[in-house]
Design a protein around this ligand. Structure first.
Ligand SMILES: NC(=O)C1=CN([C@@H]2O[C@H](COP(=O)(O)OP(=O)(O)OC[C@H]3O[C@@H](n4cnc5c(N)ncnc54)[C@H](O)[C@@H]3O)[C@@H](O)[C@H]2O)[C@@H](O)CC1
Ligand SMILES: [K+]
Length: 776
């Protein structure tokens, strides 16, 4: 990597040094890259790791490996909580959470106030690679408290005493946490059969509850519950499981080879009240789990999940006697001392019910739960082989015959399903822009509107994406709905939305977001976060009277009009469904089709006005009639060509159209193929009229064959000639009138029968642009 300047020190022996710059213009570039606030997080995590280790070699490696210059720029402000559709749930995602004071803690008698800050730790991402790194950072930053056996029992008493909980409640939440943790690590696609071994106490009760939840999550649980407790709470839990037809297997009937029958074994035998050595039948059951832990690597063994304590372990000292080696431990309320000895890959915390009085009284430091999750990973995450990270997606098939003809309808259908499934921010999309040098850049923005033509979002017109778009209007959007194994790609060209539209949307946003948009001069380098906070405070004060906050001129919307859609549905064994809607392939034909239809209409118009003009010129000579005839012939030919092309094109691009379209299409083609009445044929003059109509033939006996009405006085040849001309003109006028009528009527017929059809061709062709579906 070229170094234009000596690399700036990222870390020193006394800790990290961060360089901030006040303006972009004066920024000395150590490398062609900038790390702005958006990307600062992983970087600072690395810095934290290095500073903790205080290891000189580590810092050297880091500064060599990451010669990035850290500057602080304003972040995107497009995360206002306006719903995309009325049906979408309103997200509470304030843009300036740091400005909100935490709510005051409620005091309970006998408990000191909650330690400030404890419940407000930053939330780690949910899972995946980012979450692995984040969890490691959280775990390192805040050490997790481990409870003694006595404290665990005491907390139990307090929860169910002065803090007002019942045992059923706690057990329900504990069992749900266990099921949630199992589901988070052991995907249904590979682990379905679960054996839950339940002990006689509350730990066993947690197991019964977990079995029920696992059943509802789609697993196939079986329960071994050899020492049933005859209390209503337990018999109720058993009845619930029986009503789900979950098998109860007596200990002695368990298969010899558990590894063949089960993918997961949940150990819910003993929790924090265990003491001494296990008595029958649990001694044998524990022994069976121990022997499972030591079977050879080549044999696929079931994952062992211990609830709260690995059964048989000393609650404080841990595995002192060669006990179970669980793959997963789900500590409840808080880990007990024995959990320090847990060496398996997955340590989770469950029991999301610990109130601040308990946290404070016992000085508990626990990782915060994310979102609505009932469990959170604690401790060091297992190192993962990135290349082996893969999901085996199980989804319904996405078939050509099932997708909507219009990709916008298909998008809206999937979007609604994502909203219904409760996905967090289904309108979050990666926007990729490319600048004039061809350099791409991506970032997440929120979709704020979609209609049958375009996708709309709002941003700062001074941002990098805006700059890119001003240089190159082509952009791509990517929606990824992980939980549904779905992805939608949209590509097209982008333009700004009209100012009034941006104005309207700006004022519909929460006032905090409006202020944020003013404060955030995106993609410009600033001195630090406090600059933003200070500016925000000043504006908040300025508009504290509730007056209208003017939309800054540098803020507004963009609209992407797609030329391509791709819908991706993940499937098992990488046999994914990927359907692409594009218009490029048939654009030429469609354009030709529309041109032919338009030409035909134009010629039809010409022929109509030709008839009209000839009529108006008081001249109805057969040559003119021929003109009209050939003009109309051209119209028919235009229509015929149009039909041929329209038919082949539409048939080709619509092989899978629904029945009603086929019906309309056939009717429409049929109509066009029906011969049209030709309005000028048969306009023949009889001989006499031919003769009569030749006004220039002076040799003709002007009186011949003419019967003059009685009231007309014939004095001489001139009079006769005059009267003859009048009569001829009258006859001409009558014939002309008839000719015009015939032509107009015929033309009208043609018009009525073909105009609509031609328009249909145009419309169908234009619609057809969007309905080309190809499997990739
Ligand atoms: N906040 C809490 O304290 C919560 C506790 N919960 C669960 O409750 C557990 C504690 O429950 P319990 O106090 O009922 O106790 P345990 O479930 O740990 O076990 C007690 C039972 O095991 C028997 N036992 C003890 N030592 C034995 C031995 N050596 N051989 C054979 N049997 C033995 C006892 O006679 C008693 O029947 C926790 O570990 C946790 O799983 C959760 O349900 C909810 C919240
Ligand atoms: K246990």
């Amino acid at each position: 990597m070229p170094q234009h300047h000596a690399p700036l020190p990222l870390v020193s022996s006394s800790g990290p040094v961060l360089h901030r710059s006040t303006t972009h213009a004066t920024l000395p570039l150590a490398t062609p890259y900038h790390s702005c606030r958006q990307s600062a997080e992983p970087h600072s995590r690395m810095l934290a790791v290095a500073s903790r280790t205080r290891d000189k070699s580590a810092t050297t490696i880091l500064s060599l490996a990451m010669p990035f210059l850290l500057t602080t720029a304003t972040a995107t402000s497009t995360t206002s909580p306006r719903p995309l559709f009325p049906s979408s749930p309103r997200r509470q995602n304030p843009t300036t959470p740091h400005l909100r004071p935490p709510p005051p803690a409620r005091r309970l008698p006998g408990f000191p106030a909650a330690a400030p800050g404890a419940p407000f730790l930053p939330r780690p991402p949910r899972r995946g690679m980012a979450s692995l790194a984040a969890t490691a950072a959280v775990a390192a930053a805040a050490e997790v408290t481990h409870l003694t056996q006595r404290d665990a029992a005491e907390i139990d008493e307090q929860l169910m005493g002065p803090l007002g909980f019942s045992v059923d409640q706690l057990m329900e939440l504990a069992g749900l946490s266990v099921a949630a943790a199992v589901a988070e690590v052991y995907k249904l696609s590979e682990h379905t059969r679960v054996l839950i071994i339940c002990g006689p106490g509350n730990n066993g009760g947690d197991g019964l509850v977990a079995a029920r939840h696992l059943y509802h999550f789609g697993y196939r649980p079986s329960v071994c519950y050899p020492k049933r407790t005859p209390k209503p709470l337990y018999s109720g839990l058993v009845t619930q499981l029986e009503s789900l037809s979950i098998p109860f297997i007596p200990a002695e009937d368990l298969p010899d080879d558990l590894s063949r029958e089960f993918d997961i074994i949940v150990d819910a035998m003993f929790g924090f009240s265990f003491h001494g050595t296990p008595r029958p039948p649990f001694d044998d059951l524990i022994q069976r789990l121990i022997s499972l832990s030591v079977i050879g690597n080549s044999v696929k063994k079931p994952a062992i999940v211990s609830v709260d304590i690995p059964s048989g372990w000393h609650v404080e000292e841990g595995d002192v006697d060669g006990g179970i080696k669980p793959d997963m431990l789900v500590s409840l309320t808080a880990p007990k001392l024995c959990a320090k000895k847990f060496t398996g890959p997955h340590h989770f915390l469950g029991g999301r019910f610990v109130p601040p009085p308990i946290l404070n009284k016992y000085g508990l430091k626990l990782p915060p739960y994310h979102g609505t999750s009932m469990c959170v990973r604690i401790g060091k995450a297992p190192s993962v082989d990135i290349s082996s990270l893969r999901e085996n997606y199980i989804s319904p098939e996405l078939l050509e015959s099932q997708v909507m003809p219009d990709p916008f309808d298909q998008f809206l259908r999937w979007f609604d399903e994502a909203v219904t499934a409760g996905l967090r921010e289904p309108n979050a999309m990666a926007l990729t822009t490319v600048n004039k040098e061809g350099k791409p850049s991506s970032r997440m923005v929120l979709l704020k509107g979609v209609d049958k033509q375009s996708f709309v979002w709002y941003t700062n017109y001074g941002s990098r994406k805006a700059r890119d778009l001003s240089e190159n209007p082509n952009a791509a959007l990517l929606f990824y709905w992980n939980e549904m194994n779905r992805q939608v790609r949209v590509e097209g060209s982008v333009e700004k939305v009209p100012e009034e539209e941006s104005e309207k949307y700006f004022h519909s946003r929460p006032r905090g977001s409006q202020l944020g948009a003013i404060v955030s001069k995106q993609s410009t380098v600033i001195a630090g976060r406090e600059v933003l906070q200070q500016a925000y405070k000043e504006l908040e004060h300025k508009y504290s009277d509730g007056s209208l906050i003017p939309k800054p001129e540098y803020w507004g919307g963009y609209r992407l009009t797609p030329t391509l859609f791709e819908f991706w549905q993940g499937q098992q064994s990488r046999l994914h469904d990927r359907l692409q809607y594009s218009q490029r392939e048939v654009d030429d034909n469609i354009a030709k089709c529309i041109k032919l239809a338009e030409d035909a209409l134009q010629q039809h118009g010409d022929s109509t006005s030709l008839i009209q003009n000839r009529s108006e010129a008081h001249h109805c000579h057969p040559i003119a009639i021929d003109d009209i005839s050939s003009s109309i012939h051209r119209v028919s030919k235009g229509i015929a060509d149009c039909i041929t092309l329209a038919e082949s094109t539409l048939r080709r691009i619509n092989p899978r159209e629904p029945e009603d379209f086929d019906y309309d299409f056939d009717k429409f083609i049929g109509n066009l193929e029906t011969p049209k009445p030709c309005p000028v044929r048969g306009f023949q003059l009889d001989d006499y009229d031919d003769y009569l109509l030749d006004p220039l033939d002076e040799d003709v006996d002007v009186t011949m064959g003419i019967e003059f009405p009685d009231n007309i006085k014939i004095e001489d040849a001139d009079d006769i000639q005059k009267e003859r001309r009048k009569l001829i003109n009258a006859k001409r006028a009558k014939r002309r009138h008839r000719a015009i009528e015939t032509n107009q009527q015929g033309s009208g017929n043609l018009y009525n029968s073909s105009m609509g059809d031609l328009r249909t061709i145009i419309n169908a062709s234009q619609d057809a642009r969007n309905i080309i579906i190809a499997r990739q």
